[in-house]
Design a protein around this ligand. Structure first.
Ligand code: SF4
Length: 163
């Protein structure tokens, strides 16, 4: 299967979407419609530039950085996101995924779970304006959690990275 990705931006060397220098890939499309969303132009699933997984990997491979998938919400396209996450994980990249779905919602849905299974961390949940805290590392509101995927799967519940 050859997947296409609507890519809003690829930013190399960012430090705000997870630890260390990372390559962040912003994928178009989100239907959570969180009030106060900082990036409403990312909601349109047809936005951005159409790229293949090979096109994206070509950019990622220019650096040794770990990778963050954000948007938009990559989990509105779980099959293509799974494909990309698996390719990145095969290359040894630790993948963080930002999503408006909660961890509990993800584990209840086989397609969502498959999409994140080989990721290192899921930053979960919608942005909630009244819980906004600009001092929180790597997330916008205090309901959002940094979830260690492997540890959560083995524990059978969300296991949170303190930050
Ligand atoms: S999940 Fe993120 S991109 Fe989607 S509406 Fe909420 S804040 Fe905006």
């Amino acid at each position: 299967m050859s997947y296409k990705y609507n890519v809003l931006a690829i930013i190399r060397g960012t430090t705000v979407d997870g630890p260390g220098f990372r390559t962040s890939i912003y994928l178009a499309g989100c239907r959570h419609a969180c009030p106060g969303c900082h990036n409403q132009q990312s909601w349109n699933p047809d936005g951005g530039e159409i790229m293949t997984a090979d096109d994206i990997l070509e950019v990622v491979d220019e650096e040794d950085f770990d990778v963050t998938l954000s948007g938009g919400d990559p989990l509105f396209n779980p099959e293509s996101t799974k494909h990309l996450v698996d390719l990145l994980a095969e290359r040894g990249r630790k993948v963080w995924i930002y999503t408006g779905f909660t961890w509990e919602r993800i584990v209840a849905d086989d397609m969502l779970m498959d999409a994140v299974r080989n990721a290192a961390v899921v930053v979960d949940g919608p942005f909630i304006e009244r819980l906004k805290d600009p001092d929180l590392p790597f997330r916008g509101s205090s309901n959002q959690r940094l979830i260690n995927v492997a540890a959560s799967l083995s524990a059978g519940k969300a296991t949170i990275i303190p930050a």
